[in-house]
Design a protein around this ligand. Structure first.
Ligand code: FES
Length: 325
């Protein structure tokens, strides 16, 4: 075991099973069945899939378990390869490499009460949080929005819990009507912390409805929500220059291009995974210029420091940005 975040550990797929329609659960264990690196509720695992893709999946099991990691993967209709690979090609006893768990969705252990809002496969980090609450005897409730009960991962165990704790919203049974975000926010007590994970439209609706109680809201984004264009981007056209200090090169990032795409177009191969500003794999040091942060994971302090950015989504507020590349 190591604290090096770049360390990759081979893990065995000890079990893979169907959990709901288009949802499978994968159990991963150490090759010697020994203890795994610890994690906290809300953490995710970075997996190097056999088809060359890097993907992040939230850990759903109780973090007191040290012998296994559990992830659930929904088959995405617009899969860019990750969920299709896991559903179609991954088999029991396969070995895949993983980086140690990281957490961008930390649960505040000192909150008085917890309100969890999950949409679809977004239930996965919430399950780890519920395990923690149950084990520590902390008050919690869950609002779980699913398209249909057939697609609801962990329907059985959740439906056996105290119905006062678990509120279901089944869109198909509601004539296609989505969860009422305003009603969720109106039900939030002043001493409750809300943790939300699900599709971007659900999280955006909760975020917008809860603007007045933003300090009580916490989100795990799968993809950065659409953001308005900054008026002062780069030189005003939306394009900007990139100085690569290590190689001495200068590149142009066009308005419709990400920094990552501009680097790739010039033949460079910077590391990336989500390409959506939610995993930090592409984090790069900024040496000069003013970043326009558009990710969902940097802290307020990191944004204010302005010395790093996630090149898959973030841009420049200054005409030129110098990077440690
Ligand atoms: Fe995931 Fe950039 S590749 S944050």
């Amino acid at each position: 075991m190591t604290n090096n975040p770049l360390y990759q550990q081979p893990l065995r797929v000890s079990r893979i099973s169907a959990e709901a329609k288009d949802v499978c659960v994968v159990e991963l264990t150490a090759l010697d069945n020994g203890e795994l690196a610890p994690f906290t509720p809300g953490a995710h695992l970075e997996l190097m899939l056999g088809n060359g893709l890097i993907r992040h999946y939230s850990l759903l099991n109780d973090c007191s378990e040290r012998h296994r990691y559990l992830i659930a993967v929904g088959l995405s209709e617009d899969s860019r390869g990750g969920s299709r690979f896991i559903h179609g090609s991954l088999r029991q006893n396969d070995v895949i490499n993983a980086r140690p768990p990281r957490n961008n969705f930390e649960l505040d252990p000192h909150a008085e009460r917890y309100c969890f809002v999950a949409g679809g496969i977004g239930i996965t980090p919430i399950l780890a949080m519920i395990h923690w609450c149950q084990r520590n005897n902390r008050p919690w409730r869950l609002i779980y929005s699913v398209r249909s009960l057939q697609r609801a991962a962990y329907y059985e165990p959740l439906s056996q819990l105290d119905p006062a704790r678990v509120q279901w919203h089944v869109t198909d049974q509601q004539g296609g009507r989505h969860l009422d975000a305003r009603a969720v926010i109106d039900s939030l007590a002043s001493d409750e912390q809300l943790y939300c994970c699900g599709p971007s439209p659900l999280m955006s609706a909760i975020r917008d409805a809860g603007a007045a109680v933003a300090s009580q809201l916490h989100f795990e984004w799968f993809a950065a929500p659409a953001q308005p264009e900054a008026e002062t981007l780069g030189d005003g056209s939306g394009a900007f220059d990139l100085q690569l200090l290590r190689s001495g090169r200068t590149l142009r990032v066009e308005a419709e291009q990400s920094i990552l795409e501009a680097l790739e177009a010039s033949g460079l191969e910077p590391p990336f995974a989500c390409r959506a500003g939610v995993c930090r794999t592409c984090e790069t040091r900024v040496c000069a210029g003013q970043p326009d942060h558009r990710d969902m994971v940097l802290s307020d302090e990191e944004r204010a420091a302005g010395d790093c950015l996630l090149i898959c989504v973030s841009r420049s507020l200054s005409p030129s940005l110098a990077l440690d590349l």
